[in-house]
Design a protein around this ligand. Structure first.
Ligand code: BGC
Length: 777
């Protein structure tokens, strides 16, 4: 089998030698018009041939052999920076072909390649090109049974329009159209084609409607009970020419009003015209959206027979769970799982529903740790990092999102959509999480040059340790600061962090971490240089932002949280700053005062300081802003904004209000690492060693956590009985642990009192029961 593949020296990605051409259907009228197919016949020799199909496309494709679908992957070939590389897939055709004549049909859709990307007023059309095309080879051993070339034919599909934001229109009366057209061979460098780098996008278990009702216009609204990324599959029966129109929503307004204003210019709908031949079942081929509700309007004589929500994701399997005695917290964790599923579809996106759905780096970096606890994200995030590095600018600025359409369309996006602290730091933070979770040094090596270019860019913004960001979006050095940091009552706003302070905090964080990574990679000179730069930033930060009394300049929750979490608070100010931190939270009535970059640091900083009481109060607060407020409001995914829906049910400003943004779900990393107490460690990357250090929050009752590591399932549970904490951990073979002794009273391990003077105790794999007093625990 001509399966011969080769590994690209620079990327380590798998490629192969192609004989086929990239062929474009000449019946294609361009973006947003009737979609097309290319087709050809081929002969499979007698005697046990096991043909395989290698295939890719410009745009999206779905392949059929003798009318039967090839594989179950969705949205193939996937989404990458298409100007850098395009994925190909390989399928075994043994069960689809017959000896003798066979026919292949490759359906093509606009996809991310040329359908609208970016929002209405700056939409980009034909982002990566204006011709959809396919490349394919059917091989059997070394024999090429078929390859795309200028002898193929083309025709029009019943898909009369499709787009990622747009949704899909399908006219079943146009099925089985003849191949009336030819194809054109496009100039294409097959070196760009790489084997798909991660799990395919697949359909997950479907959700049936939990409720159905009719609105005043006679349309049926279905509630699937779960907000998800995916599509509606339905069965309809009726007259030829009758039609079904389905649009989607995440929330209902007052009086159960169907409200999808927050989708903005994304039509996100399906229009299906019946052929009138009994029951017809349909699901979109080239599009998806985010939704909990579907509204179905039937035009003409037809009846909906069945409807289901089909969630899709690149991360199908859940690899970690956290449960405690507080049901709302358990729901919050489940909401985070669903937000990850809906936003890990080829690329880690901000949201799955509106005219955005972009690989925002800030969101991905704060969520990376949680993502790895909940799913196997090694290859998924590595793929993303390749896009981020491809989109990195000459000056080292890392993009706001990747794949980055703006980089190729500066006419529509003048200025530069790159270089924001907190966002660009993804190039340091995500590789680090992959190293901790999977022990994969190669991701550090691959990203190290890009990290250093990012740090040089940061230093260059203000030519020094303190970063003074530009205030204009698109200008070099612009930062999002602590995006969406709540101010409370805007008549008496609570303190928020200034951009320069937020930027300088991340300047320190990324410089410190890259120095550490340099050490791990044996880059001693770089490590020395960056460590010195790190100390310079530390000294400048303390000088610039600490008052002599130990108060941080902006006296807000984000400043203290990040400064304490990353050890930027000098000893002489430690106790005073800690008191200020406590005061700022008490003054806010234990309400959250952090945005996208402060929120992942708030609770870890509090439990690190032993202020578990505060962490408990803030975490379990049911008022807005709060994690549990949205659960109480019926959320089934994580909201973009703390105040997305008011206590009276008012829908907040739909212009930027997604109900499926995983950024604030980053709190789950704290649940796994601090509350359940299992910290991945650079001393044993890839879970070869963990640090066990649970922060006991009595209000949670008891805690159960599990996680499937490469070495097997790890679990850690704690419960409280008679003023004692019983902490039980299961470490699979190959995982050892260290347990810090510090402060634990009457510590017992497996029933034996622990009388050691040591700072920490080593535990081998196996089951361990650890006991200690709650007070001081
Ligand atoms: C996106 C966020 C992103 C933010 C940064 C929003 O539009 O949805 O995910 O982090 O912009 O500005």
């Amino acid at each position: 089998m001509n399966m011969a593949t080769s590994v690209h020296a620079d990327t380590g990605l798998t490629g192969r030698t192609w004989q086929a051409d990239m062929i474009a259907p000449d019946v294609d009228a361009g973006r947003g018009t009737q979609q097309c197919f290319v087709t050809a016949s081929f002969v499979v020799p007698e005697g046990g041939a096991r043909p395989a199909l290698f295939i890719s496309a410009l745009g999206l494709y779905r392949a059929f052999i003798n009318g039967r679908r090839v594989g179950q992957d969705l949205l193939t070939p996937g989404w990458t920076c298409y100007d850098n590389r395009i994925a190909y897939q390989c399928y075994d055709l043994s069960d689809l072909v017959v000896e003798g004549d066979n026919r292949i049909e490759i359906w093509l859709g606009d996809g991310w390649y040329r359908s609208q990307v970016m929002w209405e007023h700056q939409k980009i059309l034909n982002c990566w090109g204006d011709r959809i095309a396919a490349i394919a080879e059917v091989v059997d051993g070394d024999a090429v049974l078929l390859k795309t070339d200028d002898r193929w034919k083309s025709g029009l599909l019943p898909v009369t329009a499709s787009g990622i934001y747009y949704g899909e229109d399908y006219d079943a009366r146009l099925e089985h159209a003849a191949e009336t057209g030819a194809v054109e061979v496009l100039p294409f460098d097959t070196e760009k084609l790489v084997a798909h780098e991660t799990f395919p996008v697949r359909a997950l278990e479907s959700n049936a409607p939990v409720e159905k009702w009719q609105d005043s216009e006679g349309r049926f609204i279905y509630d699937f009970g779960q907000n998800a990324g995916g599509y509606v599959r339905f069965t309809v029966s009726g007259e030829r020419g009758a039609s079904v129109y389905i649009d989607h929503a995440e929330v209902l307004g007052p009086h159960k009003a169907f409200d999808n204003r927050n989708y903005r210019s994304a039509r996100a709908a399906t229009h299906y015209i019946l052929k009138g031949e009994g029951e017809e079942t349909y699901a979109p081929v080239f599009s998806f959206t985010g939704f909990r509700y579907a509204r179905i309007a039937v035009d003409g004589k037809a009846e909906i027979v069945a409807v289901e929500q089909v969630p899709i994701s690149s991360i199908a399997d859940v690899k970690g769970g956290f449960e405690c005695g507080e049901p709302a917290v358990n729901r919050l964790v489940l909401n985070t799982v669903w937000s990850q599923r809906a936003n890990f579809i080829e690329v880690p996106t901000d949201c799955p529903q509106r005219d955005e759905r972009l690989g925002w780096t800030g969101d991905a970096q704060v969520f990376a740790g949680t993502a790895c606890w909940l799913g196997d994200c090694q290859t998924f995030l590595q793929k993303y990092l390749r896009d981020v590095m491809h989109d990195q600018r000459e000056n080292g600025a890392v993009p706001h999102f990747s794949p980055d359409p703006t980089r190729l369309h500066r006419d529509i996006f003048p200025g530069d959509w790159a270089g924001s602290t907190g966002w660009g730091d993804a190039i340091v933070m995500i590789p680090w999480q992959l190293y901790l979770h999977y022990g994969d040094r190669s991701v550090l090596e691959a990203c190290f040059p890009a990290m250093q270019r990012w740090l040089d860019y940061l230093w260059s913004i203000s030519d020094g340790p303190i970063i003074h960001p530009h205030s204009v979006w698109g200008e070099t050095g612009f930062t999002f600061g602590d995006w969406l940091q709540p101010v409370g009552d805007n008549r008496k706003p609570r303190p928020t962090i200034a951009d320069d302070c937020a930027a300088t905090l991340y300047h320190f964080i990324s410089t410190q971490l890259t120095a550490r990574i340099a050490g791990i990679l044996g880059e001693d000179e770089v490590e020395k240089g960056l460590s010195a730069r790190c100390e310079e930033i530390r000294a400048a930060f303390v000088h610039e932002y600490f008052s002599p009394a130990g108060r941080l300049a902006h006296n807000d929750q984000t400043s203290y949280a990040l400064a304490f979490l990353y050890d930027l608070v000098p000893e002489e100010h430690f106790d005073a700053a800690k008191a200020y931190f406590r005061r700022v939270i008490e003054d806010a009535g234990y309400l959250i005062g952090t945005g996208f970059i402060g929120t992942p640091a708030l609770l870890p900083a509090l439990t690190k300081l032993g202020m578990n009481d505060l962490a408990e109060k803030v975490f379990l607060n049911r008022e807005v802003p709060g994690w549990l407020y949205q659960v109480e409001q019926g959320a089934t995914t994580i909201w973009e904004r703390w105040d997305a829906i008011g206590p009276d049910g008012t829908i907040y400003d739909p212009d930027m209000n997604s109900y499926n943004h995983y950024a604030y779900g980053a709190v789950c990393q704290w649940l796994f690492e601090d509350v359940a107490g299992v910290h991945p460690s650079a001393d044993g990357p890839g879970f070869s060693q963990v640090r066990l250090d649970p922060a006991i929050l009595p209000a949670l009752g008891q805690v159960k956590m599990w996680h499937d590591t490469r070495a097997g399932r790890l679990s850690a549970n704690w419960r409280i009985s008679g003023g004692r904490v019983i902490y039980t951990v299961m470490l699979p073979e190959g995982i050892r642990a260290v347990l810090p002794v510090g402060g634990r009273k009457k510590l017992e391990i497996n029933g034996k009192p622990c009388l050691t003077e040591q700072e920490e105790i080593a535990l081998n794999s196996g089951r361990h029961e650890i006991g200690f007093d709650l007070s001081g625990g």
